[in-house]
Design a protein around this ligand. Sequence first.
Ligand code: NAD
Length: 405
Amino acid sequence: YNMLDKVAKTLKLKKAEIDILTIPKRSFIFSLPVIMDDSTTKIFTGYRIQFNNARGPTKGGIRFHPELDLEDVKTLAFLMTLKCAVVNVPFGGAKGGIVVDPSKLSEGELERLSKAYIRESYRFIGPETDIPAPDVNTNPKVMAWMLDEYEKIVGRHAPGVITGKPIELGGSYVRDISTSLGGTFVLKEIVKEFGMKPEGTKVVVQGFGNVGMNIARLLYEQKYKVIAVSDSKSGICNENGLDIKQVIEHKKNKKSMKGFENAKEITNKEILELKCDVLIPAALEHQITKENAGRIKAKIILEMANHPVTPDADVILEKNGVFVIPDILANSGGVVVSYFEWVQNNMNYYWKEEEVVSKLEEYMTKATKGLESSCKSFRCNMRDTLYIIAIDKILQAERLRGFLR
Ligand code: NAD
């Protein structure tokens, strides 16, 4: 949590406050036996960290990854605590996962593993205690299996125990594009504060998966000029703007950006260094490092991926006047719509798509408005400012509960 150091100094935090912020409330390690298709038994390791619940039940995704360890889960759970405070949803933070490469398992094995995770954790999760969601390598299908196992054990319907479910099982409209749509609402506010207009604002998007493709499409529809996009294989660029609907169609048919008409091909490295107004890393972590930060020519970076900018790159960008909108705000639309899903489940009454969209806009705009002036008054960049705001909210809740004087 070295990012806390600077904030701790600015807020003059006491040792007890730092401890309460950095020591997880509950940490679980589960052993998950699964009968494999060949009738052998394999034991997998699962984790769940309920980091902080001062502001509400803990909330955070479940990740399936072969290199997952308890420290990763702890850091991600801490970041979820901050993210929920930043967008002001009444949740604390959690994260969980299983050490597994899901591509090596059959569908049946994956289902049995997902259900085993719930059999070990059902006593500690629930709509009022801890609410999981999808993360890397998990999806609505996995959420549906997990929901089913939980409901079978507790003997009643309990859709609010997990979010990111298929619509048919109590999922919410907009959840599939919530992260990207939330990012567009954040950008709208910042662009306004910069005195710019969507028309003519030049955008570059790295990554063309769930988040990158959807944000490129949404911004294109909102009349931004998307001049370049890329995926893991290649990138394309047209200074006058790409027709993103056609790019999506092309990629669907050809499985690649290559050969798209009216655009020149560029590499993944070059795309980050293009002259533009808004650069959107939406692929992987650690894309902008001290090696390339000095060559970034964007005015604004909207971090849709998690940790795309390394801490030493942050310093260079700040010195060069590049305004970074950090991941804990930019990509928090997903957790906001997860919150809406949970609310709808708890009241058993479901909203129309327009209703979800307008409520998402309200939450994202509220979290973004006035941030630039807060940065000035704290004399911090936006990342530190958001940490200050989030930590202040969490400590205030701890104080009201009587844990701090
Ligand atoms: P995804 O797997 O759907 O897409 C990733 C995309 O990145 C793919 O198009 C892939 O081709 C591309 N890519 C991989 N390596 C690349 C490279 N070197 N250069 C350019 N492109 C490359 O994943 P996603 O769900 O879109 O997530 C993207 C990022 O957003 C991740 O950092 C994730 O943690 C973060 N995120 C996602 C969500 C969500 O709701 N999906 C929410 C919050 C944060």
